[in-house]
Design a protein around this ligand. Structure first.
Ligand code: ZN
Length: 203
């Protein structure tokens, strides 16, 4: 199982970090050991002083495929979850400045919080999926798939040119604006539509 992540996939988030607008998806990976399941807490890593949350919709791949054609892309996922791409922003910044890979800033243990998956056909509106995250009972991020720069089907086609998609793989599809820091004691809660799917305490 692999965890594929897409960076810079919502225009308002690209702007808030001062990055340039992408012309193709930006891909990175997290190892399976990054997964944080069953509403477990995240222990604030000792190597960072600027841990950020990024609320994201996560697709689960339901069949194997390479070089998936756009018209068939929708057959490769049928479930979505709420995920948090935890990022050590200070370490990521250092990596970016040096032109180094991001793994230590984004792939550390517990950096991929994930809720249970829900069937997309159970959603009220699977064409436009809305999601949001609360920090300490206040909404800090809100997103809708209408605002994706690269939509789910495009991501499936693009990613499968480089990496064979395998059943059980996950794709973190990017975060909207509103990313920010967490501190020990904070509580994060994730929602798809009005369904409460994830709680993550920072310890
Ligand atoms: Zn992200």
């Amino acid at each position: 199982m692999k965890i594929i992540c897409i960076g810079r996939n919502y225009a308002d988030h690209v702007k808030e970090l001062g990055n340039t607008m992408p012309t193709k998806p930006l891909i990175f990976m997290k190892p399976p050991s990054a997964l944080l399941v069953n509403d477990k807490p995240l222990y604030y890593p000792e190597f960072t002083k600027d841990l950020h949350y990024e609320a994201e919709l996560v697709l689960k791949i339901c069949r194997n495929g390479r070089h998936v054609q756009p018209e068939f892309a929708h057959k490769y996922y049928d479930q979505v979850a709420f995920g948090i791409d935890f990022t050590a922003r200070d370490i990521q910044q250092q990596c970016k400045e040096k032109g180094h890979p991001w793994e230590i800033a984004k792939g550390f243990d517990g950096s991929a919080a994930i809720s249970k998956f829900v069937n997309m056909d159970k959603l009220k509106n699977s064409k436009t999926i809305e999601f949001s995250m609360k920090k300490n009972d206040e909404i800090v991020q809100r997103g809708t798939t209408d605002d994706l720069i690269f939509d789910f089907n495009y991501l499936i086609t693009y990613v499968s040119k480089y990496f064979k998609l395998q059943q059980g793989d996950m794709i973190y599809t990017g975060t909207p604006a509103g990313v920010g820091p967490v501190q020990i004691g904070d509580k994060l809660e994730g929602f798809i539509e009005d369904k409460h799917l994830l709680t993550c305490d920072i310890k």
